[in-house]
Design a protein around this ligand. Structure first.
Ligand SMILES: [Zn+2]
Ligand SMILES: [Zn+2]
Length: 131
């Protein structure tokens, strides 16, 4: 683990306050905009194509994740097939399993964040989608 990124605290001056204000405002605006998109599920098609739940797609997906460099391999939590990712932010599920189970590829939640009683998709009638 690399936790050595924290910079030494510089002395407080108005420039620092202005900078913090600028970024705080910008991040807040982005966060609110993202929350609005998430609430309305505005990019649903894109989200389903990415096989992600609303939380991961809207909240975590946009820069919220700490992504490292290099390649990483991780076994899928369902089929145990080794998956290779181009960063250290490896997903717990492979795409075919996530699609088969109707789960978020990134966090294993139900893709629509609805309550699940079973792991396998049973109750939902499968909508036929032409690829
Ligand atoms: Zn799998
Ligand atoms: Zn998710």
């Amino acid at each position: 683990m690399n936790d050595g990124d924290s910079k030494p605290t510089s002395k407080l001056d108005v420039g620092r306050v202005q900078m913090a204000t600028h970024f705080g405002r910008r991040h807040l605006d982005e966060w609110i905009a993202a929350a609005e998109r998430a609430w309305a599920d505005k990019d649903r098609d894109e989200r389903i194509a990415a096989q992600k739940c609303r939380w991961c797609f809207y909240a975590r997906g946009r820069g919220g994740r700490i992504v490292g460099h290099g390649f990483t391999t991780r076994a899928c939590a369902s089929c145990e097939a080794p998956q290779t990712y181009s960063s250290t932010a490896a997903n717990p599920l492979c795409m075919p399993c996530a699609q088969r189970l109707g789960l978020c590829v990134e966090c294993c939640a139900d893709i629509d964040l609805t309550d699940r009683r079973k792991l396998e998709l049973v109750s939902k009638p499968k909508r036929k989608r032409r690829q």
